[in-house]
Design a protein around this ligand. Structure first.
Ligand code: GTP
Ligand code: MG
Length: 494
């Protein structure tokens, strides 16, 4: 049994890359992931037997295995031969651990794609070599950039259907990089491949000798995506005030970013109260330190008023705390977004009434142009001003994806309208990233001008400062972590 745990922890200790496959319908996303798992010998014999059976029944590839069926497991997906819901797979190779989200290409299910993108660090955007870059390819690429994905792979698929033509690949790659230049990606890598036959997926293709770059798997092994959540400033949205008896009062939740040790000072964001951490409790007992991802209960050395929905944060780098801000919104409801209407805004563990006070512009996903509009329809993307019934704590989405994202909920229906969407119990109108700044001077003029990270009244130039600041945070991270580890080790010594 010890051996099993050791084996498991070795797998979990590997550097983790979260990525998604996206792009237009039928471009081969599910086939690519199925093929990748198969070629890495990650499909077990009994799974293979089931896959062969399913391929005979639902397959689109004659007598050979239809790899898309590894991912498309729902009955409806198999009948309709499309992906509907996001499918996640965790897998490891010798070099790295991966979580892949295979998302649907159909426009109707764009919201499911956005869900998959919201937790990924890299996107593999597929294009059918015969069809080139389509509006849906651009929409997905843009949603990826909005949701903070800075690394893109353009997988030009079905090269077998264009006779492995180099010129065809070059034209698509050039066209896409011209479009993607406006997305602010850190890296874009184009790879020609055939998911169905495995060319350039894990094996270098002899049929495309003109391509000298890495295979998809080689690239996924080597790509660096910096900035793990533990390297960001500490954030702890309080989920529950845990008070089983008069002797104990702790605050439970999940650390969404940063690291912490007993003795550290924390503040309640926006409220100015602070206290030092006394204990970090878990079911297994007290910890010497904890970091992003850990579900813990914190106790403090002094009585402090903290409620569900508050964010506990590092005093040196607190989050924003305002009741008016601007954000990009991906609209996910059949009912249009209407400025002036009241919604519920859920951010972290806090839910409160909010109004979209103005739709500043809608974004044309083909040209990235800003268009004047009065409403946003299903799958449309816009930039809005929002106002909440009370100040809320958040970070700019570009800095922290956990504390910078929110959803808007219909106050009256509070439910999923689209029956075909299985995922959500509540109607999620939008998934949005706060840009952490507001163009409306009104509600924010009274705020103090402090350093750019905490200032709510900054404009474009300061946004750039904020983005640069992230690098500093990243640099600050490992040293900070190392210091914490030393602190913890010192405390652990008798
Ligand atoms: N010839 C050829 N066919 C391919 C290739 N990759 C995928 N296909 C076929 O394209 C069709 C669609 O493949 P899927 O993997 O289901 O496409 P998808 O992008 O996941 O589709 P959605 O998730 O519904 O958007 C299937 O019939 C695949 O066999 C390829 O490299 N070459
Ligand atoms: Mg699919």
């Amino acid at each position: 049994m010890d051996g099993l745990y050791e084996g498991l922890s070795t797998q979990l200790d590997k550097d983790l890359l979260r990525f998604l496959t996206c792009g237009s319908v039928d471009d081969g996303k599910s086939t690519l992931i199925g093929r990748l798992l198969y070629d890495c010998s990650l499909i077990l014999d009994d799974q293979l037997a089931t896959l062969e059976q399913a391929s005979r029944r639902f397959g689109t590839t004659g007598d050979s295995i239809d790899f898309s069926l590894v991912l498309d497991g729902l009955e409806d997906e198999r009948q309709q031969r499309i992906t509907i819901d996001v499918a996640y797979r965790f897998f490891t190779t010798r070099e790295r651990a991966f979580v892949v989200a295979d998302t649907p290409g159909h426009e109707q299910y764009t919201r499911n794609m956005a869900t998959g993108a919201s937790t990924s660090d890299l996107a593999v955007i597929l294009v059918d070599a015969r069809k080139s870059v389509l509006p849906q390819t651009k929409r997905h690429a843009f949603i990826c950039s909005l949701l903070g994905i800075r690394h893109l792979v353009l997988a030009v698929n079905k090269m077998d259907l264009v006779a492995f033509d180099e010129r065809c690949f070059e034209e698509i790659a050039t066209g896409f990089s011209e479009f993607a230049a406006g997305l602010g990606s850190a890296s874009i890598r184009a790879i020609p491949l055939s998911a169905r036959f495995g060319d350039n997926v894990t094996r270098r293709s002899a049929r495309m000798p003109w391509y000298r770059g890495p295979t998809l798997v080689e690239y996924l092994h080597s790509v660096e995506v910096s900035g793990g959540a533990s390297e960001l400033p500490f954030r702890f949205p309080v989920q529950w005030v845990n008070r089983p008896n008069a002797e104990f009062r702790g605050f439970s939740g999940r650390i969404v970013s940063g690291a912490i040790a007993p003795g550290d000072e924390l503040i309640v964001a926006g409220l100015g109260r602070s206290a030092r951490v006394k204990e970090i409790m878990t079911y297994e007992g007290a910890l010497d330190g904890a970091q992003a991802g850990a579900a813990v209960t914190l106790t403090f050395d002094s009585e402090i008023d903290i409620a569900r929905g508050d964010i506990l944060a590092e005093p040196r780098e607190p989050p924003e705390f305002v009741d008016e801000f601007a954000a990009h919104v991906v609209w996910m409801s059949d009912q249009p977004l209407v400025p002036g209407r009241s919604y519920l805004l859920k951010i972290g563990t806090r839910t409160l009434p909010a109004t979209v006070t103005a739709l500043k512009h809608r974004i044309d996903v083909n040209t990235l142009a800003h268009l004047a509009d009065k409403t946003l329809g299903l799958n449309e993307i816009g930039f809005c001003n929002l106002s909440t019934s009370a100040p809320v704590a958040f970070d700019a989405y570009a800095v922290n994806r956990d504390t910078g994202a929110f959803i808007l909920i219909d106050r009256f229906t509070n439910e999923t309208r689209d029956d075909r969407l299985r995922a959500a119990a509540r109607q999620q109108h939008s998934l949005a990233g706060t840009d952490g700044w507001s163009e409306t001077a009104g509600g924010i003029e009274g705020t103090d001008r402090r350093d750019p990270l905490v200032d709510r009244t900054f404009g474009r130039r300061e946004i750039n400062d904020r983005r640069c600041h992230r690098k500093e945070i990243t640099r600050f991270g490992p040293a900070h972590d190392a210091a914490r580890r030393r602190q913890c080790a010192a405390r652990a010594e008798p």
